[in-house]
Design a protein around this ligand. Structure first.
Ligand code: ADP
Ligand code: MG
Length: 595
């Protein structure tokens, strides 16, 4: 709470200073601040896209250019109002981003950044070669903006519009990050499988983020065109894109304020260099590029977190606390629950499942059923194919052949996220949590498929009722696993065993019919294991069906109603624990020494 108030005080000071600047500063400073505001808007999109979402774009200036040219052309050649120009610019930027995103965002690894360079180059080239856009001379005589009859031709009046928009964009981004779509965006770095396991589509999340970042750039382009009243291709080429990226990196990719700080740093430095370098050499332009390249490399070496990262480290060392916002929202109606199937009815039925990895048959013709309200254990020695079986029945991996029925659906071949949405929630043997997100946010991510708010609604803060419902649900699940008083800690700070339990809470937040747990007790101490056993029994009483892979025989035998034993990819035996324990084949396979 205290940290929150401190942050609010800081923001108030920054806003007050920014509001006073035009009254005291010279016109050079005001123009520089206008440029910084426009740069910050683009960098803000990059902080979201690259810093939070993990997708690097070397082509962001192209979106600035599309918007700038769109409004320039509409207001000069067509003589329309700049406000229609704004709509047109955003529409064109959004559609271009959508098209480019659909073509490139499925590319993995280094191919995405490489492709951004390609379209960044080609769009900038386009501006210089279209007659209607004035080729290399560009378009001039762009009208100044007018607000209620008031002209914004003067940089001082433009200043207020630019910074008001920057402020609103910061607010929008801040709201977005603390919402359902924001958590999905923050989950992107955890990989597509993590998001699919909570019913989200990583590709769509990334695409909508890409379009959002492009729209921020588009707003900047519109402001740019009506501020400078002139556009030409060079401010929108790849070099400019790299400069925007540099702003985001220099300020700190991890934080929204980094966009402002970074834009200020880069543009002030650039101005300084433009003053100093011509005194030293005649090739100032090239030297400027060298200076920026050096700065980039130094940053990557010594301050990956940018200026904001350094500041943060410094304030923490001075005893500052991290701004953990308290969850003091008023109680709301809980999220609606699924009706669970009647006890004893068929929930899951695996039939002749086969999975081959090249020559290796990891799962070989395995069939078994799970009925509503029971806990079934899947056991077997290491490498028996249990995790692979889990991946098949959650549709995390495609099956080579066989069928899986979940409730009334044939799910073999279905996308994983769709299966998750049907009520099949899972945890992972190799934990998939977002270490830099709080426990509360990690668990709230689990409720993704039960809720609907998108980026626009979240950014405008129209999602608060639903958001409170989600947080309340997450808190409830965290209380259930005994971590209810540590909700604002970061997931990465928990011991591995506890992280597994946290994954269970995330799975429970999805209100599942069937809970599929891969080695949940691994790494837990005896007491924690007992608590886990109690939790799972309680869930069974509530009607949740559970399928569990576990190595701790003692734990499994006491917990489950039925066991399926796998060995070398095939099903060896199936039955109640006592029968399995007594079975000679099982003992011969591996249990002999343990049981
Ligand atoms: P368990 O969970 O029972 O220990 P797994 O399902 O992880 O076993 O593995 C079963 C077999 O399949 C092992 O021999 C493993 O090496 C192999 N395997 C698992 N995943 C893959 C993969 N993605 N590619 C190739 N082989 C795999
Ligand atoms: Mg395994």
């Amino acid at each position: 709470m205290n940290a929150n108030r401190k942050r609010m005080a800081w923001i108030a000071v920054v806003v007050a200073v920014l509001a006073l600047v035009p009254a005291v500063a010279g016109s050079f400073t005001v123009s520089l601040l206008n440029d910084i505001g426009i740069g910050a808007l683009v960098a803000l999109g990059l902080v979201l896209l690259t810093g939070v979402g993990g997708a690097t774009s070397f082509g962001q200036a192209a979106f600035v250019g599309i918007a700038a040219y769109a409004t320039a052309w509409l207001t000069t050649a067509q003589g329309m109002s700049p406000w229609i120009g704004l709509l047109f610019a955003l529409l064109l930027t959004g559609l271009s981003a959508l098209a480019i995103g659909m073509l490139t965002l499925r590319l993995g690894g280094h191919f995405l950044p490489l492709s951004t360079i390609a379209w960044g180059l080609s769009i900038a080239m386009l501006f210089g070669n279209v007659d209607a856009l004035g080729r290399h001379t560009g378009l001039s005589n762009i009208p100044a903006l007018q607000v209620a009859g008031w002209s914004l031709a003067d940089p001082r009046s433009m200043y207020y519009l630019i910074w008001a928009i920057v402020g609103l964009a910061c607010l929008f981004s801040h709201n977005l990050l603390q919402s359902r779509p924001g958590r999905a965006i923050r989950g992107l770095r955890g990989g597509a499988t993590l998001l699919a396991s909570v019913g989200a589509d990583a590709y769509r999340v990334r695409l909508s983020l890409f379009v959002t970042a492009a729209l921020f750039a588009g707003l900047a382009g519109w402001l740019y065109a009506h501020m400078n009243r002139f556009v030409s291709p060079s401010p929108f080429d790849v070099r400019a894109s790299i400069e925007y990226l540099l702003m985001a990196v220099a300020g700190g990719l991890g934080q929204l304020a980094g966009a402002l700080v970074g834009a200020a740093l880069v543009l002030v430095l650039k101005n300084g260099l433009q003053d100093v370098l011509p005194m030293l050499t005649q090739r100032a332009g090239q030297l400027e590029a060298v200076a920026f390249a050096t700065l980039f490399i130094l940053l990557l070496h010594f301050a990956r977190g940018g200026v904001m990262g350094l500041l943060r480290r410094w304030t923490r060392r001075r005893g500052g606390t991290q701004g953990a916002s308290c969850n003091e929202a008023p109680p709301v109606e809980p999220l609606p629950h699924r009706t669970l199937p009647e006890r004893g009815s068929q929930v899951l039925s695996v039939n002749g499942a086969v999975k081959r990895f090249g020559g290796l048959v990891a799962v070989n013709d395995v069939s078994f059923d799970v009925k509503a309200g029971e806990i079934v254990g899947l056991i077997g020695p290491n490498g028996a194919g249990k995790s692979t079986m889990f991946n098949l029945l959650t549709c995390t991996l495609p099956m080579t052949s066989g069928q899986v029925r979940f409730l009334d659906h044939d799910i073999a071949g279905m996308p994983q996220r769709q299966v998750a949405r049907l009520g099949l929630a899972r945890t992972f043997q190799h934990v998939k949590l977002r270490p830099h997100m709080s426990l509360l946010d990690n668990v709230a991510l689990g409720a993704h498929s039960r809720t609907r708010s998108g980026i626009l609604k979240a950014g405008l803060r129209l999602d608060r009722t639903e958001e409170n419902q989600i947080l309340q649900e997450a808190q409830r699940q965290l209380d259930r696993i005994g971590l209810g008083d540590r909700v604002h800690e970061l997931a990465g700070s928990l011991p591995l065993g506890t992280q597994r339990i946290l994954e269970i809470a995330r799975a429970l937040a999805a209100d599942p019919v069937l809970l599929v747990l891969d080695e949940p007790a691994a790494g837990l101490r005896r007491k924690e294991k007992m608590a886990l056993g109690d939790l799972l029994r309680k869930l069974r009483e509530e009607g949740v069906t559970i399928l569990i892979v576990e190595h701790d025989m003692d734990f499994v035998m006491k917990l489950v109603d039925r066991l399926v034993v796998m060995n070398f990819g095939s099903k060896l035996v199936e039955g109640v624990p006592s029968a399995v324990r007594a079975d000679e084949r099982v003992q011969a396979a591996y249990l002999g020494s343990v049981v």
